[in-house]
Design a protein around this ligand. Sequence first.
Ligand code: NAD
Length: 425
Amino acid sequence: MREKYDLFAEVTLQFERAADRLKLEPWIFQKLSQPEKELVVHPTIILDDGKPKTFKGIRVQHSTAKGPAKGGLRYSPDTSLSECKALAAWMTWKCAVINVPFGGGKGVVLCDPLNMSEKELKNLTWEYTLAIKDIIGPHKDILAPDMFTNDRTMAWIVEAYSHGKTQFEFAVATGKSTSCGGSFGRKNATGTGLFFVLEELSKYLNFFLEEKKVAILGFGNVGSSIAKLVHRAGCRIIAITDIHGGISREKGINPFKLQTYVDKRKEIVGFDGTKPIDNEGLISLPCDILIPAAIGGQINANNADSIKAKIILEGANGPTTQEADEILKKKEILVIPDILANAGGVAVSHLEWMQNLNQVIFSEHEVVRRMKKKMMKALRDVLATMKKHKVTMREAAYILAVKRVAKSLKLRRFHNYEEIYLKEG
Ligand code: NAD
């Protein structure tokens, strides 16, 4: 069982450090220290056995300073308001790092999705959407898939939200299927974005990917996409874990074959030619690149010292605690922070939203080209901030993001454009 810790306190600490450096005005500091809105709802559905059950759902909007809130919806028995607030805040910073005109939001429903039928999940999604419908919408707050939700869930949200309206509001959710208003390239966008950042940095650092040993936590949307891309680039994936357990193979695991296995078995355990391994075993393996792509807090004070990887590429949101970050800094391990590394998903979500609102369809090539451009610009901005402030990559990403959101707030609140531009360039 993973150790419980306060995720919102984690993200607040990261924000506070950046705010300190930027000497944020007290009102901006206070405004960004707490979410703008937290809504708790209790949707009730009839289960397949005929019994009613009431669930708890939350939607948090951390900031709308730069645009409508944007963020995923997570189904999990093991989540909380603190986690939802943290995930919403991370979305604010992530959207600002890659400069898309969105704020940060997040939703969770406390449920056990692996033990619910499709019908139960659909009814729960409908009830949750109807319960939060007043605060969401294409220009208010846009949802997306996260852990244990997917393109089907997004289609149900569009359907429920559009119920009783004169038109379908496709732009209320992104990460939809291409047959239902989705964008080409969205499914693998987060993994693709992760890979672009890793590839570019590896050139910058002369750290060639070929034959590099990789270990991955999670083999869902993000974990499986990045696994396939690093495999294609010549890396050797020596271990992968999922919620049920893990597998290791020194000679390498083929993620394409593993995908076929997982599609049938719904878990990675037992895949041909592999030995079992758990999360802690994977985290401490001698490898070059460690990719957390599952839940938050998996790299923490208890295991950070045992990490032998040279690079940690954060696919998950909040996989590394502050305490662990300090240890990794001392060990000179390069951590490519979540708010930059996994932003490819929201970059393409922005393109999907644009396509829906303008009723156009971009080719996959166009989507990937635009997303790569955004990610590369964000990477250059973060590297420049790192150099200027002599800080870690995470600290630089936060400084950049907080500065951009603060500037937006300031402009909107006081309209003293000239003064701000003269001061901040
Ligand atoms: P997913 O539900 O598709 O996959 C999650 C994976 O993590 C599964 O393989 C699951 O078995 C595994 N997992 C769950 N608990 C685990 C545990 N305790 N130990 C090891 N593995 C565990 O979810 P996803 O969309 O791939 O998201 C993964 C992470 O990436 C989350 O932190 C999410 O917030 C983040 N993220 C996702 C996207 C996206 O576009 N999907 C974008 C940015 C960030």
